[in-house]
Design a protein around this ligand. Structure first.
Ligand SMILES: Nc1ncnc2c1ncn2[C@@H]1O[C@H](COP(=O)(O)OP(=O)(O)OP(=O)(O)O)[C@@H](O)[C@H]1O
Ligand SMILES: [Mg+2]
Length: 517
């Protein structure tokens, strides 16, 4: 049953059924050159799970940052429990019972898991930090999410997905009345996302309200009762999920102009695929023991595996970022063993990492500089940067990727999460590699932009590049890959090709019982 809720509909106006937990009224916010929010109304009932949807740059993160006290609105008011509140800092938000998992991870890698879970509120006993209690409670908070790790471990050792779970545990353990999850499952694989969705439902049963931002349409119906759609900083509609079809949602968020459109699946169309890189018995400690496969020019090759199967490590070994302990690689017929990133790049191998804030891009530098960072030579003459050439190249990338920005020179950090991700991909494509390794390239990218990225991958393959694609969302492989390798138990246990690439098949091969037929 739906709980009493408050639905604001673009057509019918405001229909309050009970006093909402929180009501944001007439919120506007501008940054230099961009209006992020225009007169947005947003209200949440107790125990309601609301999906918040919109394209990259629609204003979702800005709205929830204002709700959490991270950003201040230029105009508008926030009413909680019927009283106006002013949230000046994130601490004000937490005090008001609002906990957030932000889109860009905010864990401190040098601190332990337990310290991160209780960041800013370490439990004390007689003036001293109560380490035992902190570890016990952190362990329990993670166990709820199905993550059993030693809470004394530094977060630096964890994968991006595990770090995200630590953040979620932190938000949950704050005992919030309103929990904001900004793309919580973007780096989780299916099973972990399922666990999280279960936890969200439980919390809602207990009366916690949850704002759930996600680009994954399949999740929205599983998790939310109602949905709010934003476009270009405006509130477009709020409705019970049961009342709107996926098609209507997509139309509202894209603005009607673009329908669902066919997937750019061109598998099998690009003729002979020449082996470019052959890998034999590769051993990459600790997770890859014995991997053998080849990467062919002109194909999009997926690597499917569960979290912790070593997908990233495998790419890193090829990109010269991780030492190998055994096995061999042959690039275009010659032995290849990249000792460094530089050496791999010199051989035409380029990788985009899953964590864009880490190695992917430099947030303080301009969008333009990031885009040509790996290809300075192509925009310089005699060692001097040719501004005109640079501007042209930057403009071409912005167009090809549909990056939403105010000015190419502004810092990358100003862009919305999905738009930052597009810049990371643009930077790699500009480097004109022969082998392009993409680790979770569509993380946090909206459904419209995902299709653009798939198309770019297909185009790159059609131009003769080898594109290797790692994703935690199995459905993505079906959209874009010619071939998918199954990485399991430290080796490549199989490959699926062409029309046989189906979600159920891949799920079964990566997670199903082995040896049972
Ligand atoms: N600190 C900032 N400085 C300048 N512009 C900003 C800043 N933060 C956000 N913006 C701009 O405001 C707009 C809305 O951004 P926001 O992050 O809210 O989008 P979003 O809906 O969360 O998108 P995504 O799905 O990509 O995460 C974007 O055009 C973005 O570039
Ligand atoms: Mg965002």
């Amino acid at each position: 049953m739906l709980r009493p809720s408050l639905f604001i509909n673009a057509v019918s106006g405001i229909v309050p059924m009970v006093e909402p937990l929180v009501h944001m009224r007439g919120i506007s916010k501008a940054y230099p050159g961009v209006v992020a929010l225009r007169d947005v109304d947003f209200a949440m009932a107790r125990g309601e799970v609301r999906a918040l949807l919109g394209k990259n740059g629609a204003g979702k993160s800005t709205l929830v940052k204002i709700l959490a006290g991270v950003e201040r609105p230029d105009e508008g008011a926030i009413v909680m429990d019927g009283k106006a509140v002013v949230l000046r800092t994130p601490m004000d938000g937490i005090r008001a019972g609002i906990a957030t998992v932000h889109q860009e991870l905010s864990v401190v890698p040098e601190l332990s898991i337990a310290e991160n879970v209780f960041l800013g509120r370490w439990p004390k006993q007689g003036g001293r930090i109560d380490w035992r209690r902190m570890q016990r409670e952190a362990h329990d908070a993670l166990a709820v999410l199905g993550l059993y790790l030693d809470p004394r471990q530094p977060v630096a050792r964890l994968s991006v997905a595990e770090r995200q779970l630590v953040e979620i545990a932190r938000a949950l353990s704050q005992g919030a009345r309103l929990l904001i999850l900004d793309e919580p499952t973007s780096s989780l694989v299916a099973q972990e996302a399922e666990t999280l969705i279960r936890v969200v439902r439980q919390l809602a049963e207990q009366g916690t309200s949850i704002v759930y931002i996600s680009h994954r349409m399949d999740e929205i119906r599983k998790v939310a009762q109602s949905v709010t759609i934003m476009r270009d900083g405006r509130h477009i509609a709020t409705a019970p999920v049961a009342d709107v079809s996926n098609r209507q949602i997509v139309e509202m968020l894209l603005g009607g102009a673009q329908g669902e459109g066919g997937a750019p699946r061109l598998a099998g169309a690009s003729g002979v695929r020449r082996p470019l890189l052959a890998i034999q018995g590769l051993h990459v400690a600790p997770r890859i023991q014995d991997a053998s496969f080849e990467i062919r020019a002109g194909e999009v090759l997926g690597i499917a595996g569960v979290l912790g199967s070593g997908r990233t490590e495998l790419l890193q070994a090829i990109a010269g970022l991780r030492a190998t302990q055994g096995g061999s690689m042959t690039l275009d017929g010659s032995a290849f063993r990249p000792a460094s990133l530089r050496e791999a790049r010199a051989n035409g191998i380029f990788m985009t990492p899953e964590d864009r804030r880490g190695e992917g891009a430099v947030m303080m530098l301009g969008i333009d500089e990031n885009l040509v960072m790996a290809s300075w030579r192509s925009v310089s003459r005699g060692g001097v940067i040719d501004r005109v050439a640079m501007r042209a190249k930057v403009a071409a990338s912005i167009r090809a990727l549909g990056i939403k920005l105010a000015h190419p020179g502004e810092p990358l950090g100003n862009l919305s999460g999905g738009n930052q991700q597009k810049v990371v991909i643009g930077k790699a494509l500009n480097a004109a590699p022969r082998i392009l390794l993409l680790d979770e390239p569509t993380r946090g990218v909206d459904i419209g932009a995902k299709r653009q990225i798939y198309q770019l991958m297909r185009d790159a393959a059609a131009d003769g590049l080898a594109v290797v694609f790692v994703s935690g969302e199995i459905e993505e492989f079906c959209e874009v890959c010619d071939r998918v390798l199954i990485l399991r138990g430290g080796s490549i246990t199989g490959a699926v090709e062409g029309p046989a690439i189906r979600t159920e098949t891949l799920t079964e091969l990566t997670t199903g019982e082995q040896g049972v037929h």
